[in-house]
Design a binder for this molecule. Structure first.
Ligand SMILES: *Cc1c(COP(=O)(O)O)cnc(C)c1O
Length: 413
């Protein structure tokens, strides 16, 4: 993915100053935000882009023929181009704005249910999926009689390509699988997964809600049919997601929601539909959020996606080394290509208590099943704590986490 050019290291202290929220404290202590895998904080560039639009250039998109509408439409469509460049899509027409990651999965599953998925057709998922890439497919199982086939993962979250191959039959229509686990941080061999799916005549969708944050994504190189991003984990606003679809895959999908903007012509008797991407953007879209997402992706590119990933890799190595010294902590997932998403448990402590005690030391981590109950079952735990790192985290944050865990162990262990 890197073209071999040297990576300019991140100036993390300067970068942190771009995030206004990082200046606040938590209970009088330095805020250590380690929950970016649930939602990332926003840089000034994103806040300013959205504020600027509301203060200077806001109207509804596409419909108007007046100055403000034209300017807003241009900004909205510019954001679509930014996403296309970010993913290396062939054309901005392959980028659909949704209201989030979850909305994108539902769009594809619902439209497929209206289309050609029927009784006995098979869909392959992995046990490491986020609920938002499971439940929409369960709906197709319940309503259409589709059959879900599950790909196991190793304790580290790695998939076995031979096991994957054996799941395909002549009934396999679709594969929906994460590009990176939000619990174990493992990256799946996406290019190989796509190649094998296509050899069996199936289409493939990647859940890139995490992978898009922690490294460069090239949908043409992956050769996937669909790819999903969510804005609020990409340092952008909530309320916006992206469904990338290869143009022929999008053309093959029937409309999902009906409304304004997705039509070509409506009469009392008939309706004809607009082409993608507009066919899938019924009604007034998340205008400000799309503009904010465009700003966040430009911000990421300006800092350097590879530079952010290199910084995060150093933090990951640091935190894993420190956690390995704590004999009362168990870490889940140690894949070679692991992202800085660290699920762990502390001996004798419920994850909710770990999180509550860490919180009082200023350290924000998540605790629970991380919307991945099948994976938790596979790992044999009901819940875990999770510390996740982003561009703005520092080695000081790692040390604060470790100090907080010592305290947790003293109090609960
Ligand atoms: C967050 C997340 C989702 C869901 O995205 P929303 O924006 O919350 O709808 C799906 N998959 C993964 C891997 C995620 O981390």
């Amino acid at each position: 993915m890197s073209d071999g050019a040297p990576i300019t290291p991140l100036d993390v202290e300067a970068l942190r100053k771009e995030f206004p929220i990082l200046a606040r404290d938590a209970y009088g202590k330095r805020l250590v935000y380690l929950d970016s895998a649930a939602s990332a904080q926003k840089p000034r560039a994103v806040i300013d882009a959205m504020t600027h639009s509301m203060e200077h250039s806001y109207a509804n998109v596409h419909r108007g023929l007046h100055l403000l509408s034209n300017e807003t439409t241009a900004a909205y469509e510019e954001a679509r181009k930014t996403v296309a460049t970010f993913l290396n899509a062939k054309s901005p027409d392959e980028i659909i704005f949704t209201s989030g990651g979850t909305d994108a999965f539902n769009l594809v599953s619902y439209a497929m249910g209206v289309g050609d998925i029927g009784e006995g057709d098979e869909i392959i998922l992995s046990v490491a999926e986020h609920h938002s890439n499971i439940v929409p497919w369960h709906l197709l199982r319940e309503r259409k009689g589709a059959v879900l086939k599950w790909l196991d993962v190793s304790d580290d979250g790695e998939v076995d390509l031979d096991a994957y191959r054996t799941l395909f039959t002549d009934k396999t229509k679709f594969v929906a699988i994460s590009h990176m686990s939000n619990v174990l941080g493992a990256t799946t061999p996406a290019k190989e997964l796509a190649k094998i799916a296509h050899e069996h005549g199936a289409k493939i969708l990647f859940d890139g809600c995490q992978a898009g944050v922690h490294g460069a994504v090239d949908v043409q190189d992956l050769d996937c049919d669909f790819y999903v991003l969510t804005g609020h984990k990409l340092y952008g606003p909530s309320g916006i997601g992206v469904l990338y679809g290869k143009m022929d895959a999008l053309k093959a999908l029937p409309p999902f929601k009906g409304g304004g903007e997705m039509i070509d012509m409506v009469t009392q008797e008939t309706v004809t539909y607009n082409d993608p991407p507009h066919r899938f953007e019924a009604g007034t879209p998340p205008i400000l959020e799309a503009i904010g997402l465009g700003a966040s992706l430009n911000w990421m590119r300006e800092k350097g996606v590879e530079a952010i990933a290199a910084h995060e890799a150093r933090l990951k190595t640091h935190v894993l080394e420190e956690l390995a010294k704590l004999n009362f902590v168990r870490v889940y997932g140690r894949a070679e290509n692991k992202a800085p998403i660290i699920a762990f448990t502390v001996e004798g402590a419920h994850p909710h208590d770990i999180s509550a005690i860490l919180d009082r030391t200023g350290v924000a981590v998540r605790a629970g099943h991380h919307c991945a109950q099948p994976l938790m079952k596979r790992l044999g735990v009901s819940a875990s704590a999770r510390a996740s790192f982003a561009a703005y985290n520092t080695h000081e944050d790692v040390e604060a986490l470790i100090a907080g865990l010592h305290k947790t162990h003293q109090m609960l262990g």
